[in-house]
Design a protein around this ligand. Structure first.
Ligand SMILES: C[S@@+](CC[C@H](N)C(=O)[O-])C[C@H]1O[C@@H](n2cnc3c(N)ncnc32)[C@H](O)[C@@H]1O
Length: 341
C-alpha cells in the first residue's frame, strides 16, 4: 500500500522509528511554489497573503503562544468541550477508529481525543496532516505518552492529505478538524472543503469539527488584538518569512497589524497596513511592489457561524449531523457528522 501511495501521489517516506513515520510530497508534485503564490497575491489590486503561509517555525510557535492568551477564548473553550466528549463520544465509536487530524499543528488538544480512543482500543493509529513541519515535534511527544500509539504524519495541504487518506486503506477514520480553522475558508471554499472531506469518507467514518460561533464584537476583537501583541507578531511574521525564504526586504516596522470584526459578513478580518509610501523587492519572486500609505495586505478571515448556518452547510454537503456540542456560554461548537450513503 505504501509503495502505491508513494508512486501515485508523489510522496517520499521518512521512517523515524517503527512507531513513527512521515510522508512528504516529493518535488515532482505539482503544487505552486511559495514564490509563485506570493508573486500572484501581492500583485492583485487588493493585495493578500494566503493564511497557510503563517506557519513557518516561528509562526507555529507564535500560534502556540496565542492559544494560551487570556483573550483567546477559542482554545480553552474547545478544550472544555473536548473534555466533556470523554463521556459522550464513545457512544458513537462502535468499532476501532484511526484518528486523522487536519491542520494538527503541535497536536496538543489531540491528546484529549487519543485518551478516548486509548480507553476503547488496544492499538491506536494517528495520522496528523499539516503543511508545517511542527507536526514532527508534536508527534515525538505523543509517542512518549502512549505506548500503543502508531503515527503516520502527512506533511502536506488539507487537499493533499485527504487524497492520501482516501487511497490508504479501509480502516474507519475519525477525521478531526480542530481550532476553528474551518473559519479561515471563504464560503465557497468551505463548501468545497466539506465536499472534499465527505468524498474521502467511507461508511463508518466520522467527521469532528470545532467551529467558532457568532458572538459579541468586543470579545471577538479582543481575541485577535491581544494586549501583549502576540497576534500582531504572528501576523507580521509572514513578512519576515518572505524576507527569509524569498530574500525580500520588507521593513517589518513599517507595517501595522489590524484585526476587526465585519458584522455584515460575521468574520474577523486581519490585515497588515503599510505605515507609509514604500517599495519592497522580492528577488526570488522576481517582484518589486509599491505600497501607498495605509494600503492593506489581507492575511486572514476568520468566519463565525450560527448553529443553523452550520446545519445548512453540513446538509448541503451530504453530511448527517450526529450531534452538535456547545459550551455553556454558547461561544463555540463541536460538530460530529457522518456521510450520507
Ligand atoms: C490555527 S492552527 C490550529 C492548530 C491546531 N489544530 C489547534 O487547534 O490548535 C492551523 C494549523 O493548520 C495548518 N494549516 C494551515 N493551512 C493549512 C493547509 N492549507 N493545509 C494543511 N495544513 C494547514 C497550520 O500549519 C497550523 O498548524
Amino acid at each position: 500500500m505504501h509503495s502505491t501511495i508513494l508512486q501515485e501521489l508523489g510522496y517520499n517516506l521518512h521512517e523515524v522509528n517503527p512507531r513513527l513515520h512521515y510522508f512528504k510530497p516529493n518535488t515532482s508534485k505539482t503544487e505552486k511554489t511559495f514564490a509563485e503564490e506570493i508573486s500572484y497575491s501581492l500583485t492583485q489590486n487588493s493585495k493578500f497573503i494566503h493564511p497557510k503561509f503563517f506557519y513557518d517555525q516561528t509562526g507555529s510557535r507564535l500560534f502556540e503562544q496565542i492559544c494560551h492568551l487570556p483573550e483567546y477564548y477559542l482554545t480553552r473553550t474547545e478544550i472544555s468541550i473536548l473534555q466533556f466528549l470523554k463521556n459522550e463520544l464513545p457512544q458513537f465509536l462502535d468499532k476501532s477508529y484511526r484518528l486523522v487530524e487536519l491542520g494538527s499543528g503541535s497536536s496538543t488538544k489531540t491528546k484529549l481525543l487519543l485518551d478516548i480512543l486509548h480507553d476503547l482500543q488496544e492499538r491506536v493509529e494517528y495520522f496528523p496532516i499539516d503543511i508545517s513541519d511542527i507536526l514532527k515535534e508534536g508527534s515525538q511527544s505523543l509517542l512518549e505518552s502512549y505506548e500503543n500509539l502508531h503515527i503516520t504524519g502527512i506533511i502536506d495541504t488539507y487537499e493533499g492529505g485527504l487524497k492520501f487518506i482516501k487511497s490508504f486503506d479501509d480502516t474507519p477514520n475519525l477525521i478531526a478538524f480542530l481550532g476553528s480553522s474551518f473559519g479561515n475558508f471563504e464560503y465557497d471554499d468551505s463548501i468545497r472543503f466539506l465536499h472534499d472531506v465527505n468524498s474521502t469518507m467511507k461508511q463508518s467514518d466520522l467527521f469532528l469539527a470545532g467551529i467558532d460561533l457568532v458572538k459579541d464584537k468586543k470579545i471577538l476583537e479582543d481575541a485577535y488584538n491581544d494586549s501583549l501583541g502576540v497576534t500582531a507578531q504572528f501576523n507580521l511574521n509572514v513578512l519576515q518569512r518572505i524576507n527569509n525564504e524569498l530574500d525580500a526586504n520588507f521593513d517589518i516596522d513599517k507595517f501595522y497589524h489590524k484585526a476587526e470584526f465585519n458584522e455584515k459578513e460575521n468574520r474577523i478580518e486581519m490585515y497588515l497596513r503599510s505605515k507609509e509610501v514604500q517599495s519592497v523587492n522580492i528577488p526570488k519572486a522576481n517582484l518589486s511592489i509599491d505600497f501607498v500609505k495605509d494600503e492593506l495586505i489581507h492575511t486572514e478571515h476568520s468566519h463565525k457561524y450560527t448553529v443553523s448556518q452550520i446545519e445548512n452547510m453540513m446538509d448541503a454537503t451530504n453530511f448527517e449531523i450526529k450531534k452538535i456540542w456547545q459550551d455553556p456560554c454558547q461561544n463555540y461548537s463541536m460538530v460530529l457528522a457522518s456521510k450520507i450513503f
